[in-house]
Design a protein around this ligand. Structure first.
Ligand SMILES: Nc1ncnc2c1ncn2[C@@H]1O[C@H](COP(=O)(O)OP(=O)(O)OP(=O)(O)O)[C@@H](O)[C@H]1O
Length: 271
């Protein structure tokens, strides 16, 4: 197995607040890997430790490859134009400009705009282009599509998938389960400084397919029941209502969504 990133017992405190409690995980070469968690779970801190932007207290981080890091929003001067930023980054990285990559990300269309006049989506595309200037092996994205409209998200997701096709490893932080479901090979969910789930989206999905909520409306009122075996539960309940002479007016079945399951796990409510 070939790893892009190996994290071993990574610990990070801010003063007496322990944000990462001995995290262990690996990112395989060529995969799209997501760190998920609710606000404040420690995703950005973990990414910044791996990116060498932040010191950590103990543990080890091994990175096998060159890193490209997507900037946070509003991190360029207001009056810089996209190609000025691209040339600056190319110079810093001592590399030639890959015009086909700029074209693919639609940077050419933005030529005349100043950074301050660009939309959120345009800024994110530029940030991604700048992260890719050095032709990195591993690309770090912190909430890459936050604040984008549907079209912007689809377009950026396409670009991220193309990076994977070109053999890049992508590690991203997100709290958007839908984004992760459509994009990622594996995910780690952070809660209170620990990894509480690690696996593929399919593995996470397979857990929730079993969870149902049955809502039954009767003449005596409404009741809800949680069940892993919807067939048995429904038969038992209907038999019980029949024996007690209660008239059932309506039945509704909710399947747990990935989003709900993620929230349960991320908040530590999972059974
Ligand atoms: N420089 C800092 N000094 C002190 N505490 C910090 C610092 N940066 C982050 N924290 C705290 O560490 C915890 C984790 O923050 P972090 O930004 O890593 O979380 P996150 O999962 O990325 O959150 P979000 O989804 O809101 O971006 C939070 O409680 C935050 O307040």
């Amino acid at each position: 197995m070939s790893y892009a990133i190996q994290i071993n017992r990574l610990k990070k405190n801010y003063g007496d607040h322990t944000v990462l409690k001995e995290l262990n995980f690996d990112v395989k070469k060529g995969e799209i890997f997501a760190l998920l968690g609710v606000n404040g779970a420690g995703k950005t801190t973990a990414l910044e430790c791996i990116e060498s932007l932040r010191k950590y207290d103990s543990g080890s981080i091994v990175v096998n490859g060159r890193m490209g890091i997507q900037l946070q929003s509003a991190s360029l001067p207001d009056h810089i134009k996209p190609m000025e930023a691209v040339r600056l980054f190319a110079k810093w990285n001592k590399t030639n400009i890959d015009y086909s990559m700029l074209e693919a990300l639609g940077i050419n269309e933005l030529k005349k705009k100043m950074y301050t006049d660009m939309s959120t989506g345009q800024k994110r595309r530029l940030h991604l282009a700048l992260a890719l200037i050095s032709n990195p092996d591993i690309v770090f994205l912190d909430e890459p599509t936050a604040g984008l409209d549907v079209e912007g998200r689809i377009s950026l997701h396409d670009q991220i998938r193309k990076l994977k096709e070109r053999g890049k490893t992508i590690i991203l932080a997100s709290h958007d389960m839908a984004e992760v479901e459509s994009l990622c090979d594996r995910i780690a969910i952070l809660n209170d400084g620990n990894i509480v789930f690690m696996g593929t989206v399919a593995e996470l999905t397979s857990k929730i397919r079993k969870r149902y909520t049955l809502h039954i409306k009767t003449e005596q009122g409404d009741k809800s029941f949680e069940s892993d075996n919807i067939g048995n539960t429904m038969l038992t309940l209907l038999e019980d209502f029949k024996q007690r002479g209660i008239n059932v007016l309506d039945i509704k079945i909710d399947k747990g969504t990935l989003e709900q399951h993620f929230i349960d796990i991320a908040r530590g409510n999972s059974k």
